[in-house]
Design a protein around this ligand. Structure first.
Ligand code: ADP
Ligand code: 5GP
Length: 214
């Protein structure tokens, strides 16, 4: 295959790889992800369930499945979440059936989840997740981005900044760190991580048949 924008990243395994992406809110994770997903094939985004209200521009079923607390807790008691957590005063959860189905179909999946959810997924060794933490260059820059985004109230921004400092103490539990200073560099680094993981011999050994005969 010619190394083109898509061909270079062709997957070779039979089951998908799970990626965990965590970052303090506002440091640019969504912006990076949109660009990475446009460039890399075979990579899907897991749409979480949340009890928080949609922000302007967010679409139900695309950015999140927006549900009531009642619905969320019903799903929780029915064990429909691979992980769930309370973040910034709202509940968030990853759909177990959706993620497992997509992985089985050979699709790589990215979970955009907080550090609590990441710890739960990492504990489950059968999921064999690759974890990536996206950090802002400084907390001052993070505050600037949160204010610049214009989607959160001052109180929400204050809460998110407080949580950011706490979340960043979990960085050492992740496999990779991407610092989102220049956007293009961060996108490039994220893509390189995924391409490198797809070339890992440990993973290829399971699902790829390499013909050795003439
Ligand atoms: P998150 O998904 O992590 O909450 P967003 O992707 O919504 O964050 O980004 C928050 C704000 O920061 C947005 O207004 C976005 O345009 C801006 N932003 C993202 N990356 C950068 C960057 N590298 N430099 C400057 N601004 C950025
Ligand atoms: P936001 O409200 O800004 O979209 O997300 C707030 C935080 O919730 C982010 O850190 C995001 O990664 C996290 N989050 C989103 N979906 C999930 C999920 O399904 N599970 C967990 N544990 N965290 C999530």
């Amino acid at each position: 295959m010619r190394p083109g924008k898509k061909g270079l990243n062709k997957r070779m395994e039979t089951t998908g790889q799970l990626y965990i992406l965590s970052a303090p809110s506002g440091c640019g994770k969504t912006t990076i992800l949109r660009k990475v997903m446009a460039n890399i094939n075979g990579l899907a985004f897991s749409v979480s369930h949340t009890t928080r209200s949609p922000r302007s521009g967010e679409t139900n079923g695309v950015d999140y499945h927006f549900v009531t607390e009642e619905e969320f807790h019903r799903m929780r008691t029915e064990d429909l979440f691979l992980e769930w957590a309370e973040v910034h005063g709202n509940y968030y959860g990853t759909s177990r059936p959706a993620v497992l189905e997509q992985l089985e179909s050979g699709q790589d999946i990215i979970l955009d989840i907080d550090v609590q959810g990441a710890a739960i997924i990492n504990e489950d060794k059968s999921l064999d997740a690759v974890s990536i933490f996206v950090a802002p260059p400084t907390l001052a820059e993070l505050e600037k981005r949160l204010r610049g985004r214009g989607t959160d109230s001052s109180e929400t921004i204050a809460l998110r900044l407080q949580n950011a400092a706490k979340e960043m103490t979990a960085i050492s539990r992740y496999k990779y760190l991407v610092i989102n200073d220049r956007l293009e560099d961060a996108v490039q680094t994220m893509q390189s991580i995924i391409i490198a993981e797809r070339s890992s011999c440990r993973r290829l050994a399971d699902g790829t048949s390499i013909r050795l005969e003439k």
